[in-house]
Design a protein around this ligand. Structure first.
Ligand code: OGA
Ligand code: NI
Length: 288
């Protein structure tokens, strides 16, 4: 999207802030290291589908605190209160992150409204699912990689939430998989534009009128790259299922309902370590 309403000077500032944060010594960054209880903060060894990614990240919730299930187990109904961790340096880092996040949040609601209208629904149809949203912003840093053909910045995946709004610098590396011939197509950086990914949740809500896009990030041996996605996630208690107005006898629901929080926590757990099992996907809820 262009003409998105996010002030361009803020878009510039957030990229500068991301670089200033990651440029610090690793000991400094580890002061806000995320762990298995608090998923927010700095992380240097994320896995996508059990393979380590060539990147480091800093994550925070737009709503602080945010609420998520304590575990993916269905019998366990404990809810955990999660708060952000902010570094003391660089100065202004927190303020720039929060100001940028607020602007992107407005854009996210606007896009959700347009998507609702495009499905023939009232513009505010999806808003109720975001009252206690678990939306998260991430700063990604992909350092140059000595063997770029052997690694990926982020392995192929689909975003689990509703929408993702991505700011990227001019280096390039994001690719989307074209369904017709399965070719990976680069998403060329366009100055001042933001990239929108449709996520799994909208695929399910729309009963596949919209499809979640498979994407990945390739790395290069020369230039580091920064990107800043904001992942729009619904409230943890939302049962995600095809919207009732969109299903009927001729177009039956393609998915069984699932609890967003449980899905999210199950998915996130595999981010920390290599597990023996495949991580959870919406296809696990598909009605064949
Ligand atoms: C992600 C992602 C894309 C990018 O973090 O989920 O797909 O361009 N990032 O960094
Ligand atoms: Ni992604």
């Amino acid at each position: 999207v262009i003409n998105h309403g996010v002030p361009l000077e803020l878009l510039e500032k957030i990229k500068v802030a991301a670089k200033a944060f990651f440029d610090q010594p690793v000991e400094e960054k580890r002061k806000v290291k995320r762990d298995e209880v608090n998923a927010m903060g700095y992380h240097e060894s994320e896995h996508t589908k059990n393979v380590r990614d060539w990147k480091e990240v800093f994550d925070f919730f737009i709503k602080d605190p945010s609420f998520l299930p304590a575990s993916p187990e269905t019998e366990d109904d404990e809810i955990r209160t999660l708060s952000n961790q902010w570094p003391e340096t660089p100065p202004q880092f927190r303020e720039v992150c929060q100001t940028y996040a607020r602007e992107v949040e407005k854009l996210g609601y606007k896009l959700l409204e347009l998507i609702s209208l495009s499905l023939g629904l009232p513009s505010n149809r999806l808003n109720g699912h975001f009252e206690d949203h678990t939306t998260m912003m991430r700063l990604n840093h992909y350092p140059p990689c000595p063997c770029p053909e052997l690694a990926l910045g982020v392995g192929r995946h689909k975003d689990a939430g509703a929408l993702t709004i991505v700011a990227q610098d001019d280096v390039g590396g994001l690719q989307v998989r074209r369904k017709s011939d399965e070719v990976w197509v680069p998403v060329k950086p366009t100055p001042n534009a933001l990239v929108i990914n449709v996520g799994d949740t909208i695929q399910v809500w729309s009963n596949e009128a919209y499809e979640s896009v498979e994407h990945r990030v390739v790395v290069n041996s020369e230039r580091e790259r920064f990107s800043i996605p904001v992942f729009f996630f619904p409230s943890h208690y939302v049962m995600v299922k095809p919207l009732e107005e969109l299903v009927n006898e001729g177009n039956p629901p393609k998915y069984k309902p699932y609890n967003f929080g449980k899905f999210f926590v199950a998915r996130n757990r595999s981010d920390y370590k290599k597990l023996e099992v495949q991580n959870i996907q919406i296809s696990d809820f598909k009605i064949i």
